[in-house]
Design a protein around this ligand. Sequence first.
Ligand SMILES: Cc1ncc(C[n+]2csc(CCOP(=O)(O)OP(=O)(O)O)c2C)c(N)n1
Ligand SMILES: [Mg+2]
Length: 284
Amino acid sequence: MIEDKRIRELELFAQEIRLETLKIIHSRGNGHIGGSMSIADALALLYGEIMHYDPKEPLMKDRDWCVLSKGHAGPALYATLGLSGYFPVNEAYTLNDFNTRFPSHTDHLITKGVDLTTGSLGQGFSQAAGVALGNRLQSIESDVYVFIGDGEADEGQIWEAAQFTAHYKLKHLIALIDNNGRQLDGSCEEVMSHGKGLGAKFEAFGWNVIEVQDGNSIKELAAAFEKARSSELPTALILHTIKGKGVSLMEKSGAHSAKPSAAEWEQMLKEAEEKLMTMKEQAL
Ligand SMILES: Cc1ncc(C[n+]2csc(CCOP(=O)(O)OP(=O)(O)O)c2C)c(N)n1
Ligand SMILES: [Mg+2]
């Protein structure tokens, strides 16, 4: 179990990720703020505590993998990788510029620390399942974490990969389903409902399923990861999150890709900076 003091440090890390993600998207002026914010806490826990990796050796054979199948949340991963030592985080303040190493959707070939190229929804999960099987064939015990959006779960390819992963009992694959209830142009319920829910679907496909009632709580996430470890089946963590979490304007609008005005940017950055400062003061 992770001590309370460590949990508070990881919460602070999550806020640093939120602020840097905003700065990265601000450098471009627009982007996927909502879907980046909903996974900031899970990223903080993975890179701050759980994953085995070395920023000096990004391709290390026995590393744990993090695959952002919802590749449009690239800025959140760049903020996390930068803050974890892969590159100076301000290099990512070139998001989507010509010749940048930081495209809005993640690309393994050009960004240090990005494990797989994603952005075409559905494909990252299949690739991650292939990595998990490849690792097993090479007797590598590493974990493979894959972030999947709830809108992304409308893709048929997701369910092929779910079936494949369960068939081969790839227990080292842990899927983090970002169940923020929203996709590109509306709520998942109105665009394409998930019937009895994504948890019930993964269970029907033979997965171990853990519902994380507050997927933006590091404490709840940490307890869920601990349970996932003891399973002999692949695990789907259904993270009940909030799109735009921590950025009031984005929580309110639920926007997918946003182009805030200059005044809105100022307000969002100020809110994130002040929150980080307060958390740092409280930690002293
Ligand atoms: C194959 C494919 N179709 C469409 C898109 C365009 N697209 C990008 S994000 C998105 C919505 C995804 O919703 P969700 O997975 O819920 O993302 P989140 O809420 O986590 O941001 C869509 C349709 C895409 N990237 N790939
Ligand atoms: Mg969503």
